[in-house]
Unconditional design. Structure first.
Length: 161
């Protein structure tokens, strides 16, 4: 009995390697165009003005920023460590937050909408640009459009002049 179990476990890595190889060769559907996946706006407001407006637009709705990711700082700090000399952003942050009421609404329609929570809005400025970009990932048609509308309202309010 012991020998048979040992034989099975000896074949397991080979079987796993075959499965992984087959998956690696499987076709991967082409991604939709970037413009279909991201909703973004350009503004001539300063980066600091946009982030200040964004924080206010979120909190004015009674929502709480759960986390701010300092993506630009992280990428710059690790640039040399990963062997790159490309400066991607002058500044870039991602703000994460949630709406209990709307999250419940979309998750009651489909509990797997949990995959979209929390909601993220990014603010970025690339080197040499006179403008700042603010935006978010687009959401699928259906019940998640209520979240897309919320994020769109927040973003537009953030860049009001």
């Amino acid at each position: 009995m012991f020998a048979r179990n040992r034989l099975k476990s000896a074949r397991a890595p080979a079987f796993l390697a075959v499965v992984i190889s087959c998956l690696a060769m499987a076709p991967i559907p082409a991604a939709a165009g970037e413009e279909d996946q991201i909703v973004s706006y350009q503004t001539t407001l300063s980066f600091d003005d946009v982030t200040f407006g964004l924080e206010n637009a979120i909190t004015d709705r009674g929502l709480l920023v759960d986390h701010t990711s300092h993506v630009g700082d992280m990428l710059e700090r690790t640039r040399e460590d990963v062997g790159s000399d490309v400066v991607l952003f002058e500044q870039a942050k991602v703000y994460s937050f949630c709406s209990a009421r709307l999250s419940r609404e979309v998750m009651e329609a489909n509990p797997m909408n949990i995959a979209f929570c929390p909601y993220d809005i990014f603010v970025a400025q690339v080197p040499g640009a006179d403008s700042v970009t603010i935006g978010f990932r687009a959401f699928p048609e259906g019940e998640m459009q209520v979240i897309q509308s919320l994020l769109d309202e927040i973003v537009l309010e953030a860049i009001e002049e």
